[in-house]
Design a protein around this ligand. Sequence first.
Ligand SMILES: Cc1cc2nc3c(=O)[nH]c(=O)nc-3n(C[C@H](O)[C@H](O)[C@H](O)COP(=O)(O)OP(=O)(O)OC[C@H]3O[C@@H](n4cnc5c(N)ncnc54)[C@H](O)[C@@H]3O)c2cc1C
Ligand SMILES: *[C@@H]1O[C@H](CO)[C@@H](O)[C@H](O)[C@H]1NC(C)=O
Length: 202
Amino acid sequence: MISRFAKSFVAIVVALLLLSTVTFLHPPSRSYIDPWSGEQSLHSGKAHANPPIHGTDGGVIMSKLGNATAKAELGRATWKLLHTMTLRYPEKPTPDEREALSSYFYLFSRLYPCGECAAEFQMLLKKHPPQTASRLSASLWLCALHNIVNERLHKLEFDCAHLDETYDCGCGDEPVGAKSPTPDPMDLGRDGDEVGMMRGGK
Ligand SMILES: Cc1cc2nc3c(=O)[nH]c(=O)nc-3n(C[C@H](O)[C@H](O)[C@H](O)COP(=O)(O)OP(=O)(O)OC[C@H]3O[C@@H](n4cnc5c(N)ncnc54)[C@H](O)[C@@H]3O)c2cc1C
Ligand SMILES: *[C@@H]1O[C@H](CO)[C@@H](O)[C@H](O)[C@H]1NC(C)=O
């Protein structure tokens, strides 16, 4: 009885050892190494070209932002960032790009430095999930969300037909609506040197 138990125990240990050796000798072919930590991702070997995104689901992380002046300044800067982002977003995004934008907003809704604003924004996202199918749908979706916030704060409604003029960032490429050429990763001067550098290989 005991020897039979011992035998199967040894067999299991040997099997586990063999398995781990095989895994070690054949590392996953599409392994991902985090450029910051140098760690190899545990989620490698699956069909992901990019690492999967975690942390999009939880609650608000930051505490209440008491200073009303700081809150308004942060809000103006943030809206500018968000609207400019959706208005430069691809007209025909890939599934990966769509996932990136969606995840961005969910992560944003946790990490926005004004905790009480973030809590409101999380509720807005529940009712109106990010629209990512195109530049137009994303920018109109965000405009509508901003208008809901405006209404709650007793501000004027913004006419979403004027998005393009308001957020013409002078970024140096074609106007919104024009078909943009495939960016040349080596042409760092395309958008001005700094922006080119920031774009990295994309
Ligand atoms: C996600 C988020 C949540 C917020 N929640 C709160 C909150 O709960 N409580 C609070 O006190 N403050 C909140 N704020 C800040 C608030 O929305 C304003 O940014 C702040 O009160 C300053 O308002 P503002 O009148 O200068 O114009 P903002 O609302 O900051 O808008 C800046 C400029 O954007 C343009 N604009 C206005 N509406 C739109 C639109 N719909 N689409 C595109 N462009 C537009 C206008 O040119 C406007 O001058 C939040 C900000 C953000 C980004
Ligand atoms: C509130 O925020 C504004 C803008 O950031 C800042 O100038 C001001 O000193 C802050 N007030 C207090 C009491 O911290």
